[in-house]
Write a protein that binds this ligand. Structure first.
Ligand code: OSB
Ligand code: MG
Length: 383
């Protein structure tokens, strides 16, 4: 198919509940939506779920905006492109910038699935009729509040809970949650807040029967994670350190962890996410789908990829209502008793509420084949 136009939207949304990790607290998100058009009038939506600040990864809303505008989208507009591989080849020279990459790639997958009249999940090779969804809960002011929040989501039927931890907020809150819910599948995520000097503190977490400890050490480390894994009974799960399927292979070869968190955005797209899944599946390594507080478009893609057979652990893909009072799809993506059904309709499986997206849009650009510049504002909303 020929890509005739790309629209780039910066869309702001406010979280229902502020979210605090070891690095910072956030209330608002500034993700980018990418819409690609083909010459037959089809469109595909993608989401670049990039954080506003460079505290989780080096990318930010601003860097993703400029990389997509100047270095990625212009290479595909006007081109005949017949596969995600081919799409990615057009801007393969761009190093890193995986969040930006994944947004454009997702839009192409959505377009491809729409044109092929197939559900995205099936195109990716998914087999599950529903995914099991957990919740990721931020750092709270005190343990009593955390227990209230955990209680709220357990009552909603979420079968697995992840707690954010940091030095000074680890053993105490974990012990309190474990005491209240002795059998709850529970895991923790440090977002790189610890060093090898904290080994004895981290080892204390071993006694709580956690499913895993996610990314305790440096965002760019796999070597020291292997040392810490060797000292722990609890499996280490890698998030920040893994940007490609090759990174996952190297980490697993080094025994830097026993579980991989697959995030489409961090891996630069659904194709690399699938490759990472396939590698782990072949080695018997469990994976689960991580999240970046995606809006409905990115969430729909997460549901699709998480339906692949190797996603044997509950993920961080919760219902829209955990994040937003109103999401950007016409029908919100909801979890019932901790399960989200995998759509069987063509494309993403969820329609975008364009009027609402427009209301939430901070800035918009559109560029058509043949044009040598982007057009501001209204052009992005033309049919
Ligand atoms: O480390 O998994 C993480 C959110 C933003 C940045 C990093 C992470 C997270 C989450 C939330 O844990 C997952 C979600 O519910 O989308
Ligand atoms: Mg994480």
């Amino acid at each position: 198919m020929r890509i005739t136009r790309v629209d780039l939207l910066h869309v702001r949304m406010t979280l229902v509940r502020g979210f605090e990790t070891s690095s910072h607290r956030k209330n608002d998100l500034n993700h980018l939506l990418i819409r690609v058009h083909d010459d037959a009038g089809h469109v595909g939506w993608g989401e670049c779920a990039v954080p506003t600040d460079p505290y989780y990864c080096p990318e930010t809303t601003e860097t993703a905006w400029s990389i997509l505008r100047d270095f990625m989208a212009p290479t595909v507009i006007g081109q005949e492109i017949d596969s995600p591989e081919e799409l990615l080849n057009h801007f393969a020279k761009v190093r890193g910038n995986n969040f930006a990459r994944s947004g454009l790639e997702m839009a192409y997958w959505a377009l491809l699935a729409t044109v092929a009249e197939q559900p995205l999940a099936r195109m990716l090779g998914a087999t599950r009729p529903a995914i099991t969804s957990g919740v990721s809960l931020g750092i709270e002011r005190d343990v009593a509040r955390l227990l209230d929040v955990v209680g709220e989501f357990v009552a909603q039927g979420y079968p697995r809970v992840k707690l954010k931890i940091a030095p000074g907020w680890d053993v105490l809150p974990v012990a309190a949650v474990r005491e209240r819910w002795p059998d709850l599948p529970l895991q923790v995520d440090a977002n790189s807040a610890y060093t090898l000097d904290h080994l004895s503190q981290i080892k204390e977490l071993d006694r709580f029967g956690l499913l895993m400890i996610e990314q305790p050490l440096g965002h760019d480390d796999i070597v020291d994670h292997a040392r810490i894994q060797a000292a722990l009974a609890t499996p280490i799960c890698l998030d920040e350190s893994i940007h490609t399927a090759e990174d996952a292979r190297k980490a697993l070869d080094l025994n830097a962890g026993r579980i991989i968190n697959i995030k489409t955005s961090r891996l630069g797209g659904l194709l690399e996410a699938k490759k990472t899944h396939d590698l782990c599946y072949a080695r018997g390594i469990p994976v689960w789908c991580g999240g970046m507080h995606e809006y409905g478009v990115g969430r729909a893609a997460n549901v699709a990829i998480a339906a692949l057979p190797g996603f044997t652990l509950p993920g961080d893909v919760s219902g829209s209502d955990k994040y937003y009072a109103r999401d950007i799809t016409t029908v919100p993506i909801l979890a019932t008793d901790g399960a989200i059904p995998v759509p069987t309709t063509p494309g993403l499986g969820y329609d975008v509420d364009e009027e609402y997206v427009r209301a939430q849009t901070v800035r918009a650009l559109s560029r058509s084949a043949g044009a040598d510049t982007w057009q501001d504002g209204d052009a992005a909303w033309a049919d």
